[in-house]
Design a protein around this ligand. Structure first.
Ligand SMILES: C[S@@+](CC[C@H](N)C(=O)[O-])C[C@H]1O[C@@H](n2cnc3c(N)ncnc32)[C@H](O)[C@@H]1O
Length: 316
C-alpha cells in the first residue's frame, strides 16, 4: 500500500519468484495500478527495465511516485493492455522477458466513491477505468433493454436473479447514483437470498463494471500479444479474480501450449501444430491461507504462468 493509493499487491512473493527465472530485458506490467508488483520486480531484477501500462490516469500518477527511485529503468504509458504491440513498436522494443497481468480493479478504484465502482459509497454511476473515454455505467444501466441487462448480469456476475434485477432496473429509470442502483438490486432479490453471499449488489456491480470496461472482450487478444512479444525463456503471469477471467486465461494458455493441436489424445501429432509456450506447474496457484485472511481481495485470486519455448514445429 502506498500513500493515498491503497492497494496491497496480491501474491507478491509468488509473482517475484515467477519473474526471477526470466532472461534480463524488459518486464511489462500490463496493469500497473499502484505500482506494488512493479516495485517488487524492479527491486529484485536490477538487470531488467519495466514498461508499465494502465488505462487509469490516477493509477499511473500513483505508480510514477512509487517507482520514482527506479525512474531510469521505468517507462509508463496511458494505454489499454491490448495495445501492447503498438506501445512496443513506438518505443522500438522488439521483445520482452516477462509480462504480468493483475486483472480487474484496484482497491483504490473501489474506495474512491466518485469513480462509481462501489455499492459501499454513494457516487455517480460511472465505473470507467479510463475516465476520459467510452460509455459509462449510466449508459449501460439506463440504455440497455431487459434482455441485454439480464445477459450481462448472468454472464459477468453469475447472478441467479438476473432477470428480476434487470426488470427492476428498467422500471426504476433513470438511475443516476450507485446508492440508487444498490437499493434497486437489494429490493429485487428475495429476502431469504439476501442473507447469504455478501452484499446483494456485489454481483450486479461486478457485472456492470466488466461490461463497461469490456474486460473479458479484450483479454484474449491482449494475452496473445503478450505471448507473441516474449523472447524464449520469457514468461507471462496472470492473476485473475473470477471464473470468467480464469476460463479465458486457461483457454489461451492451453491453445498456445498445444499450438492449437486437435489430434486425438495419446497419438503423435500429425497436424503440424507448433506450441509457443509451456505451462508452468502447478498450472493454477492460489494465495496462502495467511494472505487470504489478511487481504480479502486476494481470496479469489488464481495465478497461471506460461514460459515461451523455442518453436519446434511439433506439438507435445
Ligand atoms: C488490480 S489493479 C493492479 C494493481 C497492481 N498490480 C499493484 O500492485 O498495485 C488493476 C489495474 O489495472 C488497470 N487495468 C485494468 N484493465 C486494464 C486494461 N485493459 N488495460 C490497462 N490497464 C488496465 C486498472 O485501471 C487498475 O489500475
Amino acid at each position: 500500500m502506498t500513500g493515498g493509493f491503497r492497494h496491497e499487491p496480491v501474491m507478491l512473493a509468488e509473482i517475484i519468484e515467477v519473474f526471477d527465472g526470466v532472461p534480463a530485458g524488459w518486464l511489462v506490467d500490463m496493469t500497473l495500478g499502484g505500482g506494488g508488483h512493479a516495485r517488487g520486480l524492479l527491486e529484485r531484477r536490477p538487470d531488467c527495465r519495466l514498461l508499465g501500462l494502465d488505462r487509469d490516469q490516477e493509477a499511473l500518477a500513483a505508480a510514477t511516485t512509487v517507482l520514482a527511485p527506479f525512474e531510469e529503468r521505468v517507462v509508463t504509458r496511458h494505454a489499454r493492455f491490448d495495445s501492447l504491440h503498438d506501445v512496443m513498436a513506438a518505443l522500438a522494443i522488439s521483445s520482452v522477458s516477462g509480462v504480468l497481468f493483475d486483472l480487474g480493479v484496484s482497491s483504490h478504484q473501489f474506495d474512491e466513491g466518485d469513480r462509481g465502482f462501489s455499492y459501499r459509497f454513494d457516487g455517480p454511476l460511472d465505473m470507467r477505468m479510463d475516465a476520459s473515454t467510452g460509455p459509462s455505467a449510466t449508459d449501460v444501466v439506463n440504455g440497455y433493454g431487459v434482455d441485454e441487462l439480464t445477459r450481462v448480469l448472468r454472464e459477468f456476475g453469475d447472478e441467479r436473479f438476473a432477470y428480476r434485477i434487470a426488470n427492476a432496473i428498467v422500471a426504476s429509470r433513470p438511475v443516476r447514483t450507485t446508492a440508487q442502483l444498490a437499493e434497486i438490486v437489494r429490493d429485487a432479490i428475495p429476502a431469504p437470498a439476501r442473507r447469504t453471499g455478501g452484499h446483494p449488489a456485489k454481483r450486479t456491480f461486478q457485472a456492470i463494471r466488466i461490461e463497461v470496461n469490456q474486460e473479458l472482450e479484450i483479454l484474449p487478444d491482449a494475452l496473445g500479444q503478450a505471448i507473441d512479444a516474449l523472447s524464449v525463456g520469457g514468461r507471462v503471469g496472470v492473476l485473475s479474480y473470477h471464473s470468467g477471467e480464469d476460463r479465458i486465461v486457461k483457454h489461451a494458455f492451453r491453445e498456445a501450449a498445444t499450438g492449437g493441436c486437435a489430434c486425438p489424445t495419446g497419438l503423435p501429432c500429425g497436424c503440424g501444430a507448433s506450441p509457443t509456450v509451456r505451462i508452468m506447474r502447478p498450472a493454477k496457484r492460489v494465495p496462502s491461507a495467511g494472505e487470504r485472511d489478511r487481504n480479502p481481495r486476494a481470496s479469489s485470486a488464481i495465478l497461471r504462468v506460461v514460459e515461451k519455448v523455442a518453436v519446434t514445429g511439433v506439438a507435445q
